[in-house]
Design a protein around this ligand. Sequence first.
Ligand code: PLP
Length: 219
Amino acid sequence: MELQERLDDVRLRIANAERQDGRSSESVQLVAVSKTFDALAIRPAIEAGQRIFGENRVQESQAKWPELKSETVDIELRLIGPLQSNKVTEAVALFDVIETIDREKIARALAAEIKRQARSVRLYVQVNTGLEPQKAGIEPGDTAAFVDFCRDELGLTIEGLMCIPPADENPGPHFALLAKLAKASGLGKLSMGMSGDYETAIAFGATSVRVGSAIFGAR
Ligand SMILES: *Cc1c(COP(=O)(O)O)cnc(C)c1O
């Protein structure tokens, strides 16, 4: 299958899920996750009208996205992987959305850098819904206080929450938990769902799904 067909298939499935779950049409944004693929592989997706892309590494993104962004003005680039303090300057300069605020130190560094560069970067807090020791994210029970800290102490506008459920579990309860936490903090956006479970995520209220291999093929 060509990229265009795979992209069309994902778009169709999203539209069907929106309809089935009584969501309004186009209420779910598709983030095409292009990590490990080079500019040559990404261009056909842009040509097929895809505009929102997700990457998990700052350095890898710096090698391909400045040029791709300069070719197409309305690209929206999202960081969906962990952010290190020493990459905050580059991340704020390149990304339009950072979905992975997962600790106080990174929140502080982002607040300072966003101010310094006077860039408007949209922000999400990552929640470790499965309490997995190897996974980044704020613990569910600490999420409300952390969101308040980001807003009140740092003056950051947090748009929503993001999660990556444990690979070997039914994702539904994790998506439901993320939706509940967002509601409790008055947040409207939910970044959840990947190639294997994005239709489930839409049923639980995802406003954006991060789909990689179903569009670009196996990594
Ligand atoms: C790689 C990645 C995805 C996409 O995964 P696929 O299974 O290829 O769709 C989504 N979210 C995050 C955080 C990722 O790192």
